[in-house]
Design a binder for this molecule. Structure first.
Ligand code: ACO
Length: 355
């Protein structure tokens, strides 16, 4: 039986560390508030105009490729997950392909959104391609350059303080080793509350969803017969071009859905929470991870958290955390690793991997 395995993993975080006190210099917040509510002490910001989501993805990819013992030219498919792409289009997959210098092989590149659960969704897609025999070396990347699109003012503080930049990558290969590799992936979504955690402008919505919800919001669209515009002067003047989140609403759903989707994967494979050697949850908030750990009855050494150093790096958070856990020798041959994510959409998912 062919399964897919993670043959190499890498991560990259930019050099510049931004402390909570640094942010307190530009908005009404404090180190104490941020640490108490989120666990975050600092986050990394990419080098403006020098680093991008796709270049950081490429740096993480180079490490994963080298650790998988393959050459860049051996990669036969790219999956790139991000919510902070370099361009509206084309996506980061092709930009990273160019950055890696592997355009000659003309391999396919797929961009996926799915925000915080992007890496888990990407792993599930890669898993299907590997099991079907279509590809042998899939490069899966999750990367974010949030720092270019956050609101550095008191109005945006609830969102801005939690996000950071970084990238993680994995090479997914087939394996015929008994009981090894990806055992299962579980994917879910519910678009009912899409706007509770969203970055809506620029976009092509033209106010439609808000009209339907009975919310009268003036986006400043020009009154013209044909065409429209993705972003208006009014959006810029009124700071409507930043991410928006109802934190408590997201928090309550997250602590419900994380355990649910982890248990779904465990039940399907006949395993128990106590069988998990390492749970790598999406790093959304340390309090969410601690809540999930408690609910699942897991010990501290069964859960990997690094949000303290990097904040929430969205699609990059799981591969960065998994890579750090592996580098620290906490993910070993034969270990049961569980990945789980919940985020904007809402979308959520889990994966069980026998390492
Ligand atoms: N500094 C100081 N005060 C703040 C800050 C800040 N950075 N942010 C908010 N506050 C204030 C609020 O204005 C509010 O003040 P008020 O009581 O006077 O109105 C008070 O603190 C409480 O605000 P809440 O939003 O209720 O604070 P909460 O304890 O919920 O913490 C947080 C906010 C950290 C965002 C939390 O709700 C959370 O982590 N939610 C989940 C986030 C998440 O999981 N997102 C999903 C992943 S991201 C993705 O998918 C893209």
């Amino acid at each position: 039986m062919i399964r897919s395995k993670i043959a190499g993993i890498g991560h990259y975080v930019p050099e510049k560390a931004v402390s909570n006190n640094d942010l307190a210099g530009v908005m009404d917040t404090s180190d104490e508030w941020i640490q108490e509510r989120t666990g975050i002490k600092e986050r990394r910001y990419g080098k403006k105009h020098k680093e991008t989501t796709s270049t950081m993805g490429a740096r993480a990819a180079e490490i994963a490729i080298q650790r998988a013992g393959i050459e860049k030219e051996d990669v036969d498919f790219i999956i790139f997950a991000t919510l902070s792409p370099d361009y509206y289009f084309p996506g980061c997959g092709v930009l990273m392909q160019r950055e890696l210098g592997i355009t000659k092989t003309e391999i396919g590149a797929l961009d996926i959104r799915n925000q915080c659960s992007g890496f888990v969704y990407g792993l599930s897609i890669a898993d299907q391609f590997i099991k079907s025999g279509m590809y042998k070396n899939i490069l899966l990347v999750g990367a974010e350059m949030h720092s270019m699109g956050l609101e550095y003012s008191t109005k945006g503080r609830n969102v801005t303080v939690i996000f950071g930049d970084g990238a993680g990558a994995a090479i997914i290969q087939p394996t015929e080793e008994a009981d090894k590799g990806v055992l299962t992936t579980k994917l879910h979504s519910d678009g009912t509350y899409a706007e509770k955690l969203a970055f809506i402008n620029p976009g092509s919505h033209g106010g439609y969803h808000f009209d339907k919800m009975g919310e009268e919001i003036d986006f400043g669209y020009p009154d013209q017969e044909f065409g429209g515009i993705f972003i208006t002067q009014q959006m810029i003047d009124n700071d409507m071009h930043y991410p928006n989140m109802e934190g408590q609403f997201v928090f309550k759903l997250a602590v419900q859905k994380f355990p649910e989707v982890i248990m779904e994967a465990l039940n399907e494979t006949g395993l128990q929470p106590s069988d998990i050697n390492m749970l790598v949850p999406h790093q959304a908030n340390l309090r969410i991870s601690q809540f999930v750990q408690k609910r699942m009855g897991l010990r501290d050494d069964q859960v990997w958290n690094n949000i303290q150093k990097y904040g929430n790096t969205t699609a990059a958070s799981i591969p960065i955390a998994l890579c750090e856990a592996w580098e620290a020798g906490k993910v070993k041959d034969g270990d049961l690793v569980c990945l789980a994510a919940f985020g904007s959409g809402f979308t959520w998912g889990s994966a069980l991997i026998r390492w």
